[in-house]
Design a protein around this ligand. Sequence first.
Ligand SMILES: Cc1ncc(COP(=O)(O)O)c(C=O)c1O
Length: 377
Amino acid sequence: MEKYIVPGLPTPYFVVDESFLIKNLEILKSVCDRAGCKILLAQKAFSMYRTYPLISRYLYGTTASGLHEARLGKEEFPGETHVFSPAYREDEFEELLTYADHFVFNSPRQVEKFGMRAKKAGKQIGLRINPQCSTQEGHEIYDPCADGSRLGTTLANFDPKQVEILDGLHFHTLCEQNSDDLETTVIEFEKKFGKYLHSMKWLNLGGGHHITRKDYDIEKLINIVKGLKKKYNVEVYLEPGEAVVLNAGFLVTSVMETFNNVIDVAIVDTSAACHMPDVIEMPYRPPLYNSGESGEKKYTYRLGGPTCLAGDVIGDYSFDEPLKEGDKLIFEDMALYTMVKTNTFNGMKLPSIVYRKKDGSFELVRSFTYEDFKSRL
Ligand SMILES: Cc1ncc(COP(=O)(O)O)c(C=O)c1O
């Protein structure tokens, strides 16, 4: 793991490892080939476009959450560009038409407002469905099927008259889930919307499929996709973000100081709040190389960042040796929902971005300065 320490480069920095990326991409490509589906990269999870030439050799295109991601996908990723937004902006729509090939709308009203304009521009249009089938527990902010959700059209709000202009249907309901939850959702979706699927060209099953995770049941996914294709004669799209870069990135940080305040504390030069906000938002405990759970190894520390936020805490980790100033710590699984979510709260410097090639060489893709902070304010 020490191989991710870049000699001479100040911490913190993200390192994305090409070999691990390729490993994931090969799994995804084999799913495409075996199931006969099309997989898109959900850029909201990972937009390090330096890797797009590689990813585009395996995946079919990108999906975007709005204008800027759609433009990035169009500019940097050969293949189809899809976009979904809960509500499109009038003042952006014409420009968006120049980037995206597929438009997914959130509601019948959005279809009414923008659908025909997209069709006339030669685009495919779809509607996001809310099948009202929650399959996850604990992470309510990641459940688009919860009561009161603004994401997707429920059966009660569906307008069958629009079926004739729609090219496809879309649902996104999963988050880090296995194919058994997809199966449950498909059954519910078919009960409510199956009859409309016969007149569609495609069905998009969204993201949240943890396909590249060790225990993911790929055979079940392939059977579901094949079954849908056969029954409804539709193309099937998947748009995972996490699965594309799962375990393919690292965040290297240095210990700045240690002290005791009831427990041992270490300040590191990366911030949960600024550099891995999902740690606080989700919340979760990022894996840290060569460490154990609190109390598992001899020396336990609470690791926190250098911002003013009392809750800028990454977690409690234990080590075989006491931490000392200058020690390098390597957080794992740091490619997804990190670089795209960093911020400069407290004027914090953003971590540099490094690409580690298959041959072991490093490419410094980007480093950041005061201007990146100032220019946004
Ligand atoms: C519509 C849509 N598609 C795809 C994704 C990607 O999901 P994941 O990164 O969990 O695979 C998301 C994530 O929020 C999403 O909202």
